[in-house]
Design a protein around this ligand. Structure first.
Ligand code: UDP
Ligand code: MG
Length: 311
């Protein structure tokens, strides 16, 4: 079956990469004779990304573009691209070509054999600082526990069958973590490994602060472990208080009750900090509930290009 392949490409301030991505991905797919469309999602770029995209869409009928009203983040961009895709299967790939497009025909062939989700697994993580690698290791350890899948080499480079795409775009979650959700939905899955390439031009869009927020958000959206931690701490404090209470009472009956002021201060400080941290964690989850319940759209589309029904 030669089904249509939609390639979803999130792009945020990628003016240096747009044309390159179109020509490289386009020629790989043309070479393999795969019917395809390229759906670029401009995630509210502040550079010339959108202008270059609309120009390219005019020249090349394979190219389609969606322009967000502001930056909504990569996950939202992927969801928008999937929602717009008309293909029988979709591939999600980074605009910076760090995910090798040469792998797409291989993924497509697996889809033709009947696999519904083809996961790209990083066989190496590319160049990173030590602190980054360390933080990533912890993050993936937590996420893997929370989802029950090994996420340590997971990436956003995936092929999804129409069935899987429909499930994903109909999910109600505002805060979707694409990488984990696409494992969570199940389906007939197979992995292929790839080497992360160097970024050819432009810069990574992730500051340390953004990565930290991303990690915390995604852990919270897949796991309630931090809240269970509070229960654990409560039990610990209870045991501590029984022991110390026993000592204090014994001392009182032996007539030496005035000692131990330092202990009182230490326990006071310790328990109040634990209480505050706990309130913070609970507050964070409440904020997340609030976000979800408002039901705001995941993204706002300001403009599209490359679709016939527009002027
Ligand atoms: N991206 C996006 N919105 C953002 C940040 C990034 O659509 O807010 C896109 C970006 O254009 C690229 C992909 O997500 O196509 C991966 O981003 P980047 O290369 O900066 O991340 P890294 O490869 O360093 O993890
Ligand atoms: Mg990149």
């Amino acid at each position: 079956m030669q089904g249509l392949l939609s390639v979803v490409i999130p792009a945020y301030n990628e003016e240096q990469m747009i044309e390159k991505a179109i020509s490289v991905i386009g020629s790989v797919l043309q070479g393999a004779e795969i019917p395809h469309e390229l759906i670029f999602v401009d995630d509210g770029s502040s550079d010339t990304t959108w202008r270059r995209l609309s120009d390219a869409a005019r020249r090349d009928s394979h190219v389609h573009g969606i322009h967000f009203s502001r930056n909504f983040g990569k996950e939202a961009a992927i969801m928008a691209g999937l929602a717009q895709a008309r293909g029988d299967c979709c591939v999600v790939i980074d605009c910076d070509l760090q995910h090798p497009p040469e792998k797409i025909p291989e993924m497509y062939a697996l889809w033709q054999q009947g696999y519904e989700v083809v996961e790209g697994q990083k066989s190496s993580r590319g160049a990173e600082s030590m602190a980054h690698a360390w933080a990533a290791k912890w993050f993936y350890a937590l996420i893997s526990r929370a989802t029950g899948f090994d996420m340590s080499s997971a990436s956003d480079f995936k092929l999804l069958d129409r069935k899987a795409v429909d499930v994903l775009i109909n999910m109600q979650e505002r805060n979707a973590f694409f990488r984990a959700l696409s494992s969570w939905i199940g389906f007939q899955t197979i992995s292929i490994s790839f080497d992360v390439q160097e970024r050819e031009a432009g810069q990574s869009k992730w500051s340390t602060k953004a990565l930290f927020r991303y990690a915390v958000n995604n852990i919270a959206s897949f796991s309630t472990a931090p809240m269970q931690l509070i229960t654990g701490l409560g039990i610990l404090m209870l045991i501590l208080s029984i022991v110390l209470g026993g000592i204090a009472l014994a001392q009182k009956f032996m007539g030496q009750a005035l000692e131990g002021f330092t202990t009182v201060i230490l326990i006071q400080l310790f328990s109040s900090s634990i209480i505050m941290i706990s309130l913070g964690i609970i507050g964070y989850y409440i904020a997340r509930i609030y976000d979800e319940i408002k039901g705001r759209p995941r993204y706002i589309v300001a403009d599209t290009c490359g679709y016939d029904d527009e002027s």
